[in-house]
Write a protein that binds this ligand. Sequence first.
Ligand code: ZN
Length: 418
Amino acid sequence: MKNLFSTIFFLALIGIAGYFLYEKSIDNNPSKSEQNAANPAEQPIKEATDRIEKIEITKDSTYGALMATSGVPYELSTKIYDAAKPIYDLVKIRVGRTIELQHDKDTDEIKELRYKIDTEDELFVSRVATSSVASSSELNYSWQAELRPIPYELKLRIAAGTIETSMYQAALDSEIDIRAIIELANAFQWEIDFAMDPRVNDTFNFVYEERYLNGEYIMPGQIFAGRYVNAGEQFDVYYFEENEDNIGFFDADGNSVQKMFLKAPVAFKYISSGYTRGPRYLAAFQLFTSSHMAIDYAAAIGTPVRSVGNGTVIYAGWNNKGYGNYISVHHNGTYTTNYAHLSKIYVSYGKKVSQSDIIGAVGSTGFSTGPHLHYEMVKNGAKINPLLEVLPPGKPIKDENKDRFFAEIKKWQEMLDK
Ligand SMILES: [Zn+2]
């Protein structure tokens, strides 16, 4: 058993290494601007432009320290900080991101600070001229902050793959950004258990946006449609915004694919490293039988464990009967789910949890042969096989909006059918 787990761990490492290599190859693509620069004859005569200073946020650095290092007077960096604060607290800047300072081309004074706070929005703190001081031509300045959506250029992409070992590996083989595959798996997470269900020759294809900035690929955006054919059975999902309260993925009939329970208590991105034995992922290695009424997911110690549904924690602590660190979530009068052998417990008795909330971490506590999650579903007091349980679909699209829905997904269906 020990060999088995070290093999899994080793293969997982290979998967991670593969991921980074893949990311790197994206970075190496020559950007459009570099290609343009190759022809100097077409370059306009250079005019003085504002200087853009890029400050990389390093480990343990703070906004104040970074500004001081860049020679920004304390009084000025405080003014910018105070202006930003109602919109974004610059104390929260993140390692690896960049602060941009725009310096005036004539005076070299700072005119603007820019910082991408996440993948969606950018903070702008700009100097704005206010009234002149009474006697002289000197201007007063104030600083104003706002968040603006990052203006990505969007390209529609259709991608497809066939499972030989795993969806993760199929994505790598087809040069699909693994982040897009993780999003695709999330769209199917109520219908397909990616540790259990995939089979050799399963196929998938999907339509999604790629986001670019200045011609450079940045990241995948919205997934509009996806199809996964699992052992001959076809699952489709279509993204649709019915109204503010009903946005998400629906099947071709307009039923929400979001169900009461997720198919698996471990997210695809943690069970996706591409190791297999035969036609099935090794990640789920012990199934529901009369003597083992649960599903076991092999995963590294510390892998996040999520609640498959909304509910209340009715047990969180040590179990003497072999379960080790153990959590029990009561979902309603019918269903309870149990999570055993955990290394960490992040919830306590009585806590309300939502679907997908991380409640603990995979471990090997209690009677356990190696790191894994032992996952049980209990229905009306009896342990049942969660993989076979049929759950009603979520909120469907209203009849009055169905025409709009069918019209919108038609183009996606045509792309998936090709
Ligand atoms: Zn078990």
